[in-house]
Design a binder for this molecule. Structure first.
Ligand SMILES: [Zn+2]
Length: 462
């Protein structure tokens, strides 16, 4: 990875970020990556809670960003909102020498469900192209900038949407600002999408087209409601925790043979989305030791959905970050006071330091993954004979900057990896660690210590 701007003096201040923070006590067996990257530490440091705050207030100032709201005004409604987001991305692009490519993905949504008449949906998409021409991986990070009031069809009332989802939108913008000063082997797409509240429309449009074009989306993360860690007047509060929703086996009526192959050997927890989630957790907690990425092994919350779902539907690994608890008085509510309680998704209810921490969690994971080598291929578990050893072999990662591989294993009922062994070659025997009792994975590691997404070994016979 190459740095474009020298900010080394700031790096010296980096440890100050963590002095008051204790690692959470709930994670006795957390595994962290072996080697941290000083560029990623610098990027983590560069995330500014003040910028996040300023941008949430700016988005809230457009009054409403409802998909059916005003498009002509320069100060009010969804049109002014996306034009401002686009201008910000373009400013970051200029500051990074034009490498960040800003595009509008716009289309007319015909009437359906929550769309009463044809309406234009505009996604603002900023792409940081990968530096390795042989690496076709794309990592996507999104937030939705559209908002809503109590009535989902109401395009007129004020709907500041500060937490839902200006928080996710400004996190994505801040990552684009900071990360576009650097270069990564893989491509990163920063997306501010619309039409989420009307049925995930913007994200679905982009994901469907990506699938049609055969794009290799190696991982997608949506950030939706990431700005507040307390609920029910502080009865629940976890300032150092963020939920990461990760689907397991998709709830489809017909299982594809590819999925059946995982299930035949107890690999239902080791399909790409869960592998992706564990990697995000491990990397983020390595760079942010004060943070606890709380894996939630389900697609999303009850009665709710998010922009990762259209990506999952296209077969891409996709995750959702969301704050640890829900404050329902400040979501999807008209601004009003009732019995002394303030309702509405107002910027004053966002905790900007917390939002900064969640943005850093995202950034660390994305920067590592976009710097990691591509995964090894044809990872196989040799089941030719009955034995108490586990024998694995794989084809090398096609990336030039691969330093070797980590073979990972854990108990079958453990949610996270517990053991690892670094291997330079393309085979490994875990002696007296039986494949019957443990789950294995193999990932590539770069010369800079960046870890890739592990691959579940499929059985083969010699
Ligand atoms: Zn939302």
């Amino acid at each position: 990875m190459k740095r474009y701007y020298t900010l080394l003096p700031l790096l010296l201040l980096f440890p100050l970020l963590f002095v008051q923070c204790q690692p959470p006590e709930t994670q006795p067996d957390r595994m962290t990556i072996e080697q941290l990257d000083s560029d990623i530490q610098q990027m983590v440091f560069d995330v500014s809670a003040d910028t996040l705050e300023k941008n949430v207030y700016r988005l809230a100032d457009f009054g409403t960003r409802h998909t059916l709201s005003e498009t002509e005004s320069d100060t009010f409604g969804i049109g002014a909102s996306w034009r401002w987001i686009r201008d910000e991305f373009e400013r970051y692009s200029e500051e990074s020498g034009g490498r960040l490519q800003v595009e509008l993905d716009r289309f007319i949504q015909e009437p359906m469900g929550r769309i009463p008449e044809p309406v234009e949906i505009v996604n603002v998409v900023a792409t940081l192209p990968g530096a390795d021409p042989d690496d076709d991986r794309i990592f996507v990070v999104s937030g939705h900038y559209d908002s809503r009031a109590s009535n989902v069809m109401d395009g007129e009332s004020l709907a500041p949407g500060a937490n839902d989802d200006a928080s996710g939108t400004v996190a994505v913008m801040e990552m684009a600002r900071v990360m576009s000063a650097y270069e990564f082997p893989a491509t990163i797409v920063f997306m501010a999408v619309s039409g989420e509240e009307q049925g995930l429309l913007g994200a679905r449009h982009w994901a469907e087209r990506a699938a049609e074009e055969g794009k290799n989306i190696a991982g997608m993360i949506t950030n939706d409601i990431i700005g507040n860690h307390a609920a029910d007047d502080g009865a629940l509060t976890d300032p150092n925790k963020v939920r990461l929703f990760a689907e397991g086996v998709p709830a489809v009526s017909e299982l594809e043979p590819e999925i059946r192959r995982y299930l035949q050997t107890g690999g239902e927890n080791d399909m790409p989305t869960r592998q992706f989630a564990r990697t995000v957790k491990e990397v983020a907690e390595s760079y942010l030791p004060d943070m606890d990425v709380w894996l939630i092994y389900r697609r999303d919350r009850y009665l709710r959905g998010g922009d990762h779902i259209p990506f999952l539907e296209q077969g891409y690994p996709a995750l959702r970050f969301s704050e640890p608890h829900e404050e329902f008085r400040h979501q999807h509510q008209d601004i009003r006071e009732e019995d002394g309680v303030q309702y509405g998704d107002l910027p004053e209810f966002v905790d900007y330091d917390y939002l900064g921490r969640v943005t850093r969690v995202n950034l660390a994971a994305l920067a590592n993954l976009a710097s990691s080598p591509r995964s090894p291929e044809n990872v196989g578990m040799n089941i030719s004979r009955l034995e108490n050893d586990t024998r694995l072999r794989w084809d090398p990662s096609p990336s030039a900057h691969v330093a070797g591989y980590e073979v990972l294993w854990r108990e079958t009922a453990s949610p996270v990896w517990q053991h690892r062994e670094f291997v330079e070659g393309t085979e490994f025997t875990a002696e007296l660690v039986s494949k019957d009792n443990w789950i294995f994975g193999v990932r590539a590691v770069s010369e800079g210590g960046h870890v890739g997404i592990p691959v579940y070994p499929m059985p083969f016979r010699e």
